[in-house]
Design a binder for this molecule. Sequence first.
Ligand code: CP
Length: 299
Amino acid sequence: MSLISIKELSKEQILTILAKALEMKQKPPGPILQGRVMASCFFEPSTRTRLSFESAMKRLGGEVIGFSDDTAIATQKGESLHDTMKVIGHYCDIVVIRHPLEGSARGASEATDKPVINAGDGANEHPTQTLLDLFTIQECQGKLDALHLAFVGDLLHGRTVHSLVYALKQFDVRLYFVSPPSLSIPDSLCDELKKAGVPFSFHHSVDEVVGKCDILYMTRVQKERFADLEAYARVKDQFILTTETLKRAKKNLKVLHPLPRVNEIAREVDETDYAHYFAQAENGLYVRQALLSKLLGES
Ligand code: CP
């Protein structure tokens, strides 16, 4: 089984992975993936996703091959992604791929019979980030239902937002979308929410929603998705969360961010009880351990 889109996982499957991740966080499982090899294929920069996957595999006793810079592999000579993945599939038991093109992870999964995990395909999806986001929400709020969540920033290009919003439609939540008009969440996702009966609304300021929500999910404006850098410059610093804004927050509010951040959360927020984004990044390790063990058939 591969994981290309969060749409492939039922609520029950998601909850099972989260429960496994919690077990792994509480008690490291030891070398259950000894002798297995993960190919870590990163055609786009990454700190958290790549290193937490590689650390997860190694901590479970497995081996890692791969690359973090596609200038060092034969695609530079004109080899297609399909051929590259077909060959890499012979050298490993599981593939983790990040690529700038939407649909690339699906294409990779069609080229090999080994499980493929989408570690981010362009502006499309980032399903493993969703699993760690849900794990973190459950951890800091004690539940995944009866929650109000606000998404702030680049909701058009933010693949972590797309996957998380899709997953949340399976839960009892109320959503607020805060973005510049040019970076609104895609209509297709709004249609999904309407079909699922999830209430949501659009806003142009964090002040409008900060007193209502339990989770404030900040995101970076994705410079690399803009063809026009002047358009990027116009929106890049539109939403900067400060301690002043947080004076109106509910006591239980937690601020999440998939990271990396640029300017959208002031450093002063790090020192508050609201900040939970570094704990969120740590959780990537346990969730990816749980996912690797599930996809490689370990119980
Ligand atoms: N959240 C996330 O995908 O971070 P990286 O780009 O560092 O992997």
